[in-house]
Design a protein around this ligand. Structure first.
Ligand code: SAH
Ligand code: SF4
Ligand code: F3S
Length: 467
């Protein structure tokens, strides 16, 4: 049973892992580490620590900031107490995310008083929210940045100021085995419960050629796995032109040896994209398609723009196009007004779709959203939300375990994502998108072939590789 204390449960979740990404524009004058510009780097002899909370967009933004910090000559450290400068790149999506940030800020202001940490920067989605000014005063934060002015961190770490540089066109680091490529930022939806459009702004899509150029550069330098990123990645479209996400995905799949994308929205998901996943050998057969609820009444209240039947149809198309593929989703329980009958509908949808994994969340009221206003009138009591949360989690784990067990006995080609850990096993991914533990010394980015010998609800276990 997967359950966490912060009200979010991840049944069979597979998170992406950080990759380093190069800064888009070089500092306007001078050049420090790696630039061969001479002179002493402003961060020489100093240390910095970056902590990342939230989704892959934040992981990607942290990589850009990491690059600035390295360019300034700082050495990166893991622990706050070893750092001169600390950057907290934060998430605002649920209240418990903010509570966590407050905990870290409390610890950092103590370390500052003790003279260990010198400066603290708060960046990301909390930085973009109004609440950040209260946090700045309470915890004596030195710099607060939102999601659109991350480039200002450059001056903070002693690099020459940059002009506006935060665009999704920033190229990725070369030479890494896997890389994120942002194809769109922001979101044009207004889901009742969601703060993301407020802190990330409206949708902005990057031109196709710019995406393809970056992918080509990455692949040329050794990247073997490209993940296309966006809050509603399948809403990507050409500003002037008819091309849609499916066309971009097809182009990228011709350029890169292994491709995945996240997060999709059911209203934007075209059948031809689902079919393409099955057709193209380079696309991982894994679909993350958040449904949020199985009740049409709740989907309407959430302003999701689709009914549960449309979602079911999409899943049918996916299962037919990619029979051994993996399907994951996000589900919110306890949205204001949710009745027991609505909850039953969600359980029925979970049963019908037989998810391979799901992120399950208890509704969290976010100030300024319609959901928060509704919560003052028709909130679902916490004990009921908790009960529903566990029921959905259990249902997902049941189907995930069943589906995982069906993989036992098969021989799979496995992409190694993380090299061998203490127990001698590496963590990899099959072409169907299953996470696998495999006893191998192969390095990240390499493939091994092995038989699946065991399965849990969250992961498969392979035997010694046959090649
Ligand atoms: N852009 C993506 C995901 C955005 S946030 C999408 O549209 O699918 C990731 C997930 O957090 C959402 O899918 C939703 O399930 C959950 N979430 C967002 N706001 C929430 C809130 N106020 N309370 C609980 N869960 C929330
Ligand atoms: Fe939030 Fe909805 Fe946009 Fe996703 S689609 S980021 S849940 S508003
Ligand atoms: Fe959180 Fe911001 Fe992502 S609010 S989920 S880090 S876009």
């Amino acid at each position: 049973m997967t359950s966490t204390t912060n009200g979010a449960g991840k049944a069979n979740g597979r998170a992406g892992s950080p990759v380093a990404v190069t800064l888009g524009k070089k500092p306007s004058a001078g050049s420090f580490a790696g630039g061969g510009g001479g002179g002493v780097a402003p961060g020489a002899g100093k240390t910095a620590c970056i902590r990342t909370f939230g989704c892959q967009m934040n992981v990607h933004d942290s990589d850009r900031m990491r690059r600035m910090i390295r360019d300034a000559g700082y050495a990166e450290v893991e622990r706050y107490e070893d750092a001169d400068v600390v950057v907290l790149n934060t998430c605002y999506v649920r209240e418990n995310a903010v509570d966590r940030v407050r905990g870290h800020l409390g610890e950092l202001s103590r370390l500052k008083k003790e003279g260990r940490v010198k400066k603290v920067a708060l960046t990301g989605c909390v930085g973009a929210a109004k609440e950040s000014s209260e946090l700045r005063n309470t915890y004596g934060i030195d710099l607060v940045l939102g999601t659109h002015n991350t480039y200002e961190l450059a001056e903070f770490v002693g690099l020459p100021g940059m002009e506006e540089t935060y665009t999704p066109d920033l190229p990725g680091t070369e030479g890494d085995h896997q890389a994120f490529v942002t194809i769109m930022t922001g979101c044009n939806y207004q889901c009742s419960y969601c703060i993301v459009p407020t802190v990330r702004g409206r949708m902005s899509c990057r031109p196709m050629e710019s995406v393809v150029d970056e992918v080509r550069r990455l692949v040329g330098s050794g990247t073997r796995y490209v993940t296309l990123l966006g809050q509603t990645v399948d809403a990507w479209r050409e500003k002037e032109g008819a091309r849609r996400f499916c066309d971009l995905l097809a182009r990228v799949a011709d350029e890169a040896p292994r491709v995945w994308f996240t997060t999709s929205h059911p209203s934007n998901m075209e059948d031809r994209t689902l079919k393409l996943i099955g057709e193209k050998e380079t696309i991982v057969g894994r679909l993350h398609l958040p449904v949020q609820s199985g009740s049409d009444r709740m989907l309407r209240a959430m302003h999701r723009g689709y009914k549960s039947d449309r979602y079911r149809r999409k899943i049918e198309v996916f299962r037919e196009a990619v029979p051994d593929g993996t399907l994951s989703t996000d589900i919110i329980v306890g949205h204001p007004g949710e009745t027991e009958a609505d909850h039953e509908e969600t359980l029925r949808l979970v049963e019908d779709c037989a998810f391979d994994s799901a992120y399950v969340f208890k509704f969290s009221p976010r100030k300024g959203t319609e959901g928060a206003r509704l919560a003052s009138e028709v909130a679902v009591p916490d004990d009921i939300a908790q009960k529903r949360f566990l029921e959905v989690l259990r249902a997902v784990e049941g189907s995930a375990f069943r589906r995982n067990r069906a993989k036992i006995g098969g021989v799979e080609e496995i992409y190694v994502r993380h090299g061998r850990t203490g127990d001698g096993r590496a963590i990899g991914e099959t072409w169907s998108g299953h996470a696998v533990h495999v006893p191998t010394g192969a390095r990240p980015g390499e493939y091994v072939t092995a038989r699946i010998e065991g399965a849990g609800p969250h992961v498969l276990y392979a035997g010694e590789p046959v090649s």
